[in-house]
Design a protein around this ligand. Structure first.
Ligand SMILES: [Zn+2]
Length: 327
């Protein structure tokens, strides 16, 4: 998704170690009234396979560097990422936030996010993520948050397995910091998987936003001004991630997106998954919704795009060294 909220970049910081991983506490405020819908119309009736030929606009969905892709659990094919060139999740703050239900298929957490902390290595002034610059000492720049949203089932897969839920934190690296980026910025998407918890323990991050998800249809719910969203549990404690150059998974399927996919799934309870799926009109609990038969007729839907071929792209993997201690 492309919501280009104001980029509020801070001063640059050089990261020298592997332990600069802090997470955020966010303060909520109303953001819904600021939301200016600019969506292109598309759906998941064909899991995105029809987007290639869709005549609406200059979509790139037929490109050769598309997302999502499958990740293998075996390591033999990955290019290792060293600490000196790993991404850093710091402490972004959210000054205002709202939870938006888009018609039929999507939930997004929008906000006037600000602050620093999502640090991305850049090599040779142009290589965001340093995927093509082995041995080069990176400069770090901050990415700012555009939105946070979900897909059910997951889009990226693990050894061909679809997980219950995948979250995408969409961020931007400013052209001001990296002149090689387009005017709108370079996209970096931070992905996390959710697997259903055996113990049915609620995920504490999802607990924070679930009250604001409108289960009965589209709309936008502004968080109270005194509401805080804490992002500590939005990413796994195990910071192992796979990174590669891909695309947006929705039209216009823009390429040149740096993906950072954390490999250790988070836990979600069945109740939370149902609440999110219901709100996105995917797997509907029609027994407990007022729509009744009309609800049931919608059947199973998904909001995840079909897997795309790697087409020769390399996958890179960061495995935290022993002693790595995210805060
Ligand atoms: Zn997404």
């Amino acid at each position: 998704m492309l919501y280009l909220l104001p980029a509020l970049l801070g001063a640059l910081t050089l990261f020298t170690g592997c332990n600069a991983f802090e997470l955020a506490t966010a303060t909520g405020n109303e953001v819904c009234k600021q939301y200016n819908a600019s969506h292109v119309a598309f759906d998941y009736a064909f899991r995105g396979t029809d987007w290639v030929t869709n005549p609406k606009g200059a979509w790139k969905c037929g490109g050769s560097h598309q997302s999502p892709v499958d990740y293998m659990t075996s390591d033999y094919q990955y290019v290792p990422v060293n600490c000196s060139a790993s991404v850093q999740l710091g402490a972004p703050n959210v000054s205002s936030a709202g939870v938006l239900n888009l018609p039929q298929w999507q939930i997004e957490v929008l906000g006037s996010f600000k602050g620093n902390g999502l640090a991305v290595p850049v090599c040779n002034g142009t290589d965001v993520g340093c995927l093509n610059s082995p041995g080069v000492q990176p400069k770090y720049v901050y990415a700012t948050i555009a939105n946070y949203h979900f897909h059910t089932p997951s889009e990226h897969t693990l050894d061909g397995e679809y997980l219950a839920l995948e979250s995408h934190l969409v961020t931007l690296v400013s052209q001001k910091d990296v002149p090689a980026c387009p005017a709108a910025g370079c996209l970096v998407v931070w992905g996390a998987w959710y697997r259903i918890s055996n113990s049915q323990t609620n995920n504490t991050f999802l607990d924070q936003i679930e009250p604001y998800i409108n289960g009965s249809g589209a709309g936008c719910t502004a968080l109270p001004t005194d509401k805080t969203i804490n992002l500590v549990d939005a990413f796994p404690r195990d910071r192992t991630y796979v990174t590669y150059s891909g695309s947006l998974t929705t039209p216009p399927c823009t390429e040149g997106v740096l993906w950072v996919s954390f490999q250790s799934p988070l836990q979600v309870s069945s109740q939370q998954l149902l609440a999110i799926s219901n709100a996105m009109n995917n797997v509907r609990d029609c027994l407990h919704t007022p729509q009744g038969a009309a609800c049931a007729s919608t059947g199973f839907q998904a909001d995840s795009r079909m897997l795309q071929d790697l087409n020769g792209r390399q996958l890179h993997k960061f495995s935290p060294p022993s002693g790595y201690q995210p805060s």
